[in-house]
Design a protein around this ligand. Sequence first.
Ligand code: ADP
Ligand code: MG
Length: 158
Amino acid sequence: MKFEIITRNAEQTADVGARMGSLLSGGEIILLDGDLGAGKTVFAKGLARGLDLPEQTPVVSPSFTLVNIYQAKLDMVHIDLYRLEFDEIYELGLEDFMDERHIMVVEWAARAREFFRGPLIEMQVDYLDAHSRRITISSDLPWCTPEKLAPAGQPPME
Ligand code: ADP
Ligand code: MG
């Protein structure tokens, strides 16, 4: 199914991530796209919280490190492809993380969309105004619905 969630502040975007994190069962690959500053990293921080990563472990943008790994309920592999050419993605060794014990969350995923195989959740984060974002989510996973993922107070879908 494909649907949109509007968030009105960064906490709400993190909350969508936390809801998703708590529903993951392992092996899912979350592909994030959207401009610089859209909220991809904010979403990934929420996701880590939903995976019960301890509060004191900071989740930081992988824009320089390319890949950050966090040990939680499921290990979260946080990837940023912004600086990579398509061929370079093969050098990251991501195949090692494509299993039931890991989940991957990939910023700028469109740079290597064809690389990712498995249970996918495709997300586009669009800037609406200083505080608001439109998050478009597309996935075949049965629990990927606005009822499960939208923060409380979200107007029903028309
Ligand atoms: P990206 O990883 O997409 O480049 P970041 O997540 O690092 O973007 O940054 C998003 C910025 O936008 C943060 O400074 C955050 O506080 C701000 N922001 C404002 N409103 C929202 C919102 N509704 N959702 C997410 N981030 C928001
Ligand atoms: Mg980012």
